[in-house]
Design a binder for this molecule. Structure first.
Ligand SMILES: [Zn+2]
Length: 200
């Protein structure tokens, strides 16, 4: 991540033998575990969308540096596995062509280490980047996401995941869609959230 040599004689590397990054970099992943309720669903954000998270997410999804994917959960994997045991993951949708170009989907890759089953139940039917949209258009996100017909989540504990939550409009639209398909329960976990985006 920082191109420094990883010291192998620290306590840190002893405890986390399979760690892919140095302690200095690891220490910058400061979790906030911020909870809020959206449409009656508990939404947990792991990190603030600060410069560090933003730049590393860009390296992952913009530059295709797939090696960075496991770094985002890393330390928090045991917590994640305890809290969401028995859940199936539904990733927030991204436009398929973008993933195809990159060769992978960053959200799927980040959550791969959780070993939870993943079902791509929601798809995006149009390539519109959230950040390019005005607030009004963001509310129209509902029109460009759709349920994959074969996807069956009825009676299952669903964990909706995404990498960045800005206004929450995508999450809100996905929650509505998922609720229509009778999950046993629904939780949301986002890697990062943009602070005070409502006021922007
Ligand atoms: Zn480093």
């Amino acid at each position: 991540m920082c191109f420094e040599k990883i010291k192998e004689d620290t306590f840190h590397s002893l405890v986390h033998a399979d760690l892919c990054i140095c302690q200095k970099c690891q220490d910058q992943f400061v979790a906030i575990f911020e909870n809020k309720i959206i449409n009656d669903v508990k939404v947990c954000a792991l990190y603030d969308y600060n410069e560090f998270i933003q730049s590393n997410l860009f390296k992952l999804k913009g530059c295709g540096d797939i090696e960075l994917a496991p770094c985002f959960l890393n330390y928090h994997l045991p917590w994640l596995m305890a809290r969401y045991r028995g859940h199936i993951i539904v990733p927030a949708p991204s436009y398929g062509d973008r993933d195809a170009k990159r060769g992978f989907n960053q959200v799927e890759e980040i959550f791969r280490s959780s070993k939870l089953p993943l079902i791509k139940a929601i798809i995006k039917t149009e390539d519109r980047k959230q950040s390019d949209l005005s607030q009004d258009e963001r509310n129209k996100i509902k029109e460009i996401i759709a349920w994959k017909e074969q996807a069956d989540i009825s009676g299952k504990k669903v964990l909706l995941v995404d990498d960045v939550m800005t206004t929450g409009s995508t999450i809100r639209a996905c929650i509505d869609l998922i609720k229509h398909h009778h999950p046993k329960s629904l939780d949301v976990l986002v890697i990062s959230r943009v602070a005070n985006s409502e006021q922007r």
